[in-house]
Design a protein around this ligand. Structure first.
Ligand SMILES: [Zn+2]
Length: 819
């Protein structure tokens, strides 16, 4: 038998983190509370950036005469005055680290090209870094990330760290993975714990037996799967078998796993009066056209998966079906029975075959309902979607404007004052949280269960004018695994392109998995405590699931911990497959060794998701306190168990826990939990974003990148994201007369201070003064100036960095913001 695979942990290598010299370019200037009972103060001021939300109270520092063209005051603080910390493995005093600098160091450490080799490297790169993964028998961090890569050997040691033991899974991060063909045979798996074959299983007795890496059970190799082993104990065919050579693979399954149907996609458009008046019907028709036929409006040029069947329905106070009859003629069928609608047969067509009719429908759709009432039977639409797609599952993309005003699914305005009052710990705050954040309409909760059961994903594109009770309204989208996108106060000039990009992006998913069943398995001594996601009807590359792990025994430090995530699903072309991802982690009985292999991004994500799940149960103030208390516990534990004589007044920050400080403060300032006044819809939407995001997306959403645009005019060698300095997300990092590009992974915010030089406004925005710049700008104008070229290049590179073709830009003028 070959030597068991081990998680490769080299303590010395990991202990040495990036060094922060006194010349650190963005030294913080923050109040600092030494460790010892009081909550840890973390060095950041303005990270609560949601869709413009966290920027509303921006102030800038004292004016300083500009040094040169466009430039403003130098950064205010100096490293000399910064508070000091001690890191594990070092007696060197260092300034409190700042996340932007950490990100640049992390990116540069990955090299050129940035590579992560899953068997040679241990801790995954920091969130918000770009890299390619080489699968060496363990799934890459894009598929699976653990909160600890050196798992405590006992529950007692885990408890001492105060850190959660969790795994984040994104099973369909990439569509194309190696495929193992078991269409004729049962997939090999452990007879005791049912773990599927993976590269960590060990073959013995010449290949006639294999030892399960989870439970150590010795299995007999099935005859159809037997192969001889070589002198090292490895099967001689291991390189040709994905299940023996890579961490992430698909399995073709035998007929006993059932059969599926080809993917069907239903488009639903709200044609109520408001929707027509806002021009949304026209925009929705164009978005569907682009998804079906591409920008060239040509059959076969669309972004849907091949052979996808599509249908279009409209709804306001009734449901309108568009169907092509046997002779290819388009029929419009209206159903006024909202309680029990009847879906006509043969609704779905191949968009290539129905090109003429579908194009004609999309041309005429904006003019079909000029006098529609301003009502929405959204609840009936959900029922129609379920009936139309049925047990075969599929995807629904719904463009909705009007508040659901008709039964079934009629909603009432629960946020009567439109805004959540400042939260407090009074008894009625509990009731308020329950009223605003707990789905109460059983129609929607029941529908969500049906969608999950049938394998249907519901994408909601909502355009509310005011309060829309997203807690209920968007519940099916959240629970079914669909997208939850909101465009409040829609203005076509500003928002139409952003919607179109989002819509086409959702339709262009390279792999849509329906009728899914997800299962985590882990090593003996551990068990999955909870999977923090509902039974999803649909999964795609945006699906991200957290699972927390607890102990049911102790672990042997000589053995590794393994976690396997398996998803049974139906492919878009109707076959049943299994997606398997595997990850390995070491085991230790030493406290310091645990902390040196912590993935703080997963820790933040786990804390965030566990907190959003409490939104309906506790007042927001209590949730914020709980987050702060959790962070305080973690750093108290780090200090108490460090085993080193630390001088009083110094914060002990283990290298791997550095991002926890700014990220946790950013978390309590994001719209979901912010102490500031937000509409309950904004909090619900923010919470659902957090629940759905990957660790990389969450990192950027909570702590955005900030670039001083006014310094980009003298970039010599073009924009390079790996070296271009970023600012800390705090107010004192901004200067009077500056102009800043803020990016949270979803959109750009161009923040322009009131005293910005006119030359900069002219060269960047093409106007003589800020007053002349359109507030509905959605991207920078193309101008022949260095600063314009560099800033547009920066925007393009940032969009590419997050894997998007384009991201919208919103203008924020300091002079117009409330003080
Ligand atoms: Zn087993």
């Amino acid at each position: 038998m070959v030597k068991p695979r081990r998680a490769y942990h080299t303590l010395e290598r990991a202990a040495a983190g990036p060094t922060y010299s006194q010349e650190a370019p963005y030294a913080p200037e923050v109040p600092y509370v030494p460790h010892g009972g009081a909550p840890v103060q973390v060095p950041m001021g303005g990270a609560g950036y949601g869709p413009l939300g966290g920027m509303a109270n921006l102030h800038v520092s004292e004016p300083v005469p500009p040094r040169q063209q466009y430039q403003t005051a130098p950064l205010a603080s100096s490293a000399t005055d910064a508070p000091r910390i001690l890191s594990f493995g070092s007696n060197t005093q260092e300034p409190v680290p700042v996340l932007p600098h950490e990100r640049i160091i992390a990116q540069q450490t990955l090299g050129v090209p940035p590579l992560f080799k899953t068997s040679e490297h241990t801790n995954p790169p920091l969130g918000d870094t770009s890299y390619q993964v080489i699968d060496q028998g363990i799934s890459g961090p894009d598929f699976l990330r653990m909160s600890m890569y050196n798992v405590p050997a006992s529950a007692k040691l885990r408890e001492a760290t105060k850190l959660p033991l969790a795994v984040m899974a994104r099973p369909f991060a990439r569509a194309e993975v190696p495929i193992a063909d078991f269409s004729q045979d049962e997939p090999p798996r452990c007879a005791r714990c049912r773990t599927f074959m993976n590269p960590s299983m060990q073959f013995a007795s010449g290949g006639s037996k294999f030892v399960c890496n989870m439970c150590q059970f010795v299995n007999r190799t099935p005859d159809y799967y037997f192969e001889q082993t070589d002198a090292t104990g490895r099967r001689i065919d291991w390189q040709s078998r994905p299940e023996l050579s890579v961490g992430t693979y698909d399995m073709e399954l035998p007929p006993s796993y059932g059969t599926g149907s080809k993917l069907r996609h239903l488009f639903a458009i709200d044609t109520s009066r408001d929707s027509v008046k806002k021009g949304l019907v026209h925009v929705a028709a164009e978005a569907i056209r682009q998804a079906l036929y591409g920008l060239d409006k040509t059959p076969g040029e669309g972004c849907l998966l091949p052979d996808t069947q599509v249908a279009i329905v409209a709804f306001h106070q009734s449901i309108i079906f568009f169907r092509f009859n046997a002779s290819g003629q388009l029929e419009m069928l209206q159903d006024n029975n909202l309680q029990d609608p009847v879906v006509p047969p043969d609704l779905f067509v191949n968009p290539e075959e129905a090109f003429e009719g579908m194009s004609s429908l999309l041309d005429n759709l904006p003019n079909l309902f000029p006098n529609a009432p301003n009502h929405s039977c959204f609840g009936t639409l959900l029922k129609v979607g379920q009936d139309a797609l049925g047990e075969a599952g599929g995807r629904i993309s719904a463009i909705c404007t009007t508040f659901p005003s008709m039964a079934p699914g009629k909603l009432v305005r629960r946020d009567s004052g439109l805004y959540t009052p400042p939260s407090n710990t009074q008894a009625d705050s509990h009731q308020l949280a329950k009223e605003l954040f707990l789905p109460t309409a059983t129609w929607y909760t029941d529908m969500a269960k049906e969608y999950s059961k049938c394998g249907i994903g519901f994408d909601l594109f909502a355009f509310p004018t005011g309060y829309s009770d997203l807690t209920n309204f968007g519940f099916v989208a959240q629970a079914s695994g669909g997208r939850h996108l909101v465009y409040p106060q829609y203005v076509g000039q500003r928002d139409a392109r952003a919607f179109m990009v989002d819509f086409v992006e959702a339709c262009a998913e390279p792999l849509v998995a329906t009728q899914t069943a997800l299962k985590f398995r882990t090593s003996n001594g551990l068990q999955i405590e909870k999977v923090w996601a509902p039974e999803l009807g649909l999964m795609d590359s945006a699906t991200n699931v957290l699972a927390t792990i607890v102990y049911d025994g102790s672990l042997d430090p000589k053995l590794d911990v393994h976690v396997q995530c398996a998803v049974l699903y139906t492919t878009p072309w109707g076959t049943r497959r299994l997606r398997v991802c595997n990850i390995v982690s070491g085991v230790t009985d030493m406290f310091k060794a645990v902390l040196r292999f912590v993935d703080s991004d997963v820790v933040v994500a786990a804390i965030a998701r566990q907190t959003t799940a409490q939104m309906f149960a506790k007042p927001l103030a209590m949730l914020r306190t709980a987050i702060v208390e959790k962070i305080r516990e973690i750093f108290t534990a780090a200090r108490t168990n460090s085993g080193t004589n630390m001088p009083s007044g110094y914060l002990v920050v283990p290298t791997q826990l550095r991002p926890l400080l700014p990220m946790s403060l950013a978390l309590i300032k994001c719209p979901a939990f912010s102490p500031r006044t937000y509409m309950s819809d904004s909090r619900t939407h923010s919470a659902r974003l957090i629940e759905r995001m990957t660790v990389a997306q969450l990192s950027l959403y909570l702590y955005p990148r900030i670039y001083p645009v006014h310094e980009l005019f003298d970039v010599q060698d073009g924009i390079d994201l790996t070296t271009l300095p970023m600012l800390e997300a705090k107010l004192s990092a901004l200067s009077t007369g500056g102009c800043y590009l803020i990016f949270n992974g979803l959109k750009f915010l161009l923040f322009v201070t009131s005293t910005v030089p006119p030359a900069l406004v002219r060269d960047l925005l093409g106007a003589e003064s800020l007053d002349q710049v359109s507030p509905y700008l959605d991207e920078l104008p193309v101008l022949d100036s260095d600063i314009s070229r560099h800033t547009r290049e920066l925007c393009a590179q940032l969009a590419e960095h997050v894997g998007r073709p384009w991201c919208p830009l919103q203008l924020a003028r300091e002079v117009l913001l409330p003080t």
